[in-house]
Design a binder for this molecule. Structure first.
Ligand SMILES: [Zn+2]
Length: 431
């Protein structure tokens, strides 16, 4: 795993791209040769010197897209966000840096809006071909009146990659109708600290890609300067989700209407039906549907969508040294799929020996993925200790006392990285 180095507090003098403060800034973390400083005036985090925008090799980009489709696109979050922004039966949504274009597709297929995406990378072309949505291969440029305006401008993640966040915000706003709603999400600068889980921290820092991580107050201040009277910021997770409106209208509260989960599942099923059966898009839909039913303890529905080829009960991992090798052998959703299958085997089928084996396989898959591709292993980092705990529970039901004791010790050991809620459950359920 790339090392996050928190030890240096060297100072450097440069101008903050958010608040223009030019005084010395203190380095807070370094990773993979990139240094991240905190602006003392506005508390935003800035990568300095700014990384050169390098071309991503094609094979690496294809692998990244596969990972995005099979597992890592936060599809449910995006669909939820889009629904929460849409309050009328008809309107127009623009997604800037839309990637593969799921939010464009959801706004159109499910909400019945007209939707357009801007995406200069090859991901946009892939999404246009596979989802059949209107994605334009163009970077964001200021709309000087020649382009159409939109009721909602949605932008997930992209502002962190911008060297000039002000210019980027001005350009976003130039596509917004008077009284329209702007939605932005971006990693929360205040989460970047040594105690935060390392894979999640790496994903937020994205060394070499992310240039500026904003904090809630600074972003709200920027939006007020741009004339947004109502700014609502949700900072519950690792990302800030910002909804802003100009004019008298209050910003939407950020909750979709009732029945969201049913519409989301119907959407996944529809995309799955239209996708090629051997495609990453197809596998990603199956994984997300299966996980959604397992999370809801709806075992019959889960069984109906389950696909055996997406799990690995006896994974061979010792010869894998790279993410490419991992991806060649397994579907990229293999770790959470195997974990969910283990949950079903434990709770629905009551086959405790097999459940324990599947939980153990899921742990090995999580560890290997975290080793070879840490900044795209947030899901695995979060699942790993849950899989250990549940292996212990399965062993308890199977009557394998010695294994239960060993697992409880591993979780409760002082040096173990198990998070507090897992420790509490282990102390309660495995003791
Ligand atoms: Zn600043």
């Amino acid at each position: 795993m790339p090392v996050l180095d928190w030890s240096s507090s060297a100072r450097s003098r440069f101008v903050c791209t958010v608040c223009r403060d030019g005084r010395d800034k203190r380095r807070i973390v370094s990773c993979e040769g990139y240094d991240v400083y905190r602006c003392g005036a506005c508390a935003c985090l800035l990568c300095h010197p700014v990384p050169e925008a390098g071309e991503v090799p094609r094979a690496a980009d294809e692998l990244r897209l596969r990972d995005h489709l099979e597992m890592n696109a936060a599809l449910e979050t995006q669909c939820r966000e889009v629904e929460a922004l849409i309050h009328r039966s008809a309107g127009r949504l623009l997604d800037v840096s839309c990637g593969f274009g799921f939010s464009v597709d959801y706004a159109q297929r499910v909400c019945g809006w007209e939707a357009v995406g801007f995406e200069p990378s090859a991901w946009g072309a892939a999404g246009r071909g596979q989802l059949g949505v209107d994605i334009r291969r163009q970077p964001l440029a200021l709309n000087s009146g020649s382009s159409a305006l939109f009721d909602v401008v949605y932008c997930s993640g992209a502002i962190a990659r911008e060297q000039d966040p002000w210019r980027f915000l001005h350009a976003l706003v130039s596509y917004l109708k008077p009284g329209g709603t702007l939605f932005l999400s971006t990693p929360d600068a205040e989460r970047i600290r040594p105690a935060y889980p390392p894979a999640a921290t790496l994903a937020m820092l994205s060394p070499g890609r992310h240039v500026a991580l904003l904090c809630a107050d600074a972003l709200a201040g920027m939006l007020r300067v741009l004339g947004f009277e109502s700014v609502h910021i949700d900072s519950a997770g690792s990302h800030l989700a910002v909804t802003a409106t100009r004019g008298a209208a209050a910003a939407p509260a950020g909750e979709p209407a009732d029945g969201f989960i049913r519409r989301y599942r119907e959407y996944l099923a529809a995309v799955q039906r239209s996708a090629r059966p051997d495609s990453a898009l197809h596998r990603g839909c199956v994984y997300r549907l299966y996980r959604s039913y397992v999370d809801a303890l709806d075992w019959a529905a889960a069984a109906a969508v389950f696909d055996e080829s997406l799990i690995a009960e006896h994974p061979k991992l010792d010869d894998i040294r790279s993410f490419a090798a991992f991806a060649q052998r397994f579907p990229l959703c293999v770790a959470p799929m195997t974990y969910c299958r283990a949950l079903q085997t434990l709770n629905d089928q009551a086959d405790y020996a097999r459940a324990a084996r599947l939980f153990r396989a899921a742990q090995a898959l999580c560890r290997k993925k975290m080793e070879v591709e840490p900044d795209r292993s947030v899901v695995e980092e979060e699942l790993l200790w849950r899989a250990v705990l549940h292996e212990g529970i399965a062993c308890k039901y199977a009557g394998r006392r010695r294994e239960v004791v060993a697992i409880a010790r591993a979780i409760l050991a002082e040096e173990s990285a198990a998070p507090e809620p897992i420790r509490e459950r282990a102390a309660r359920e495995l003791a």
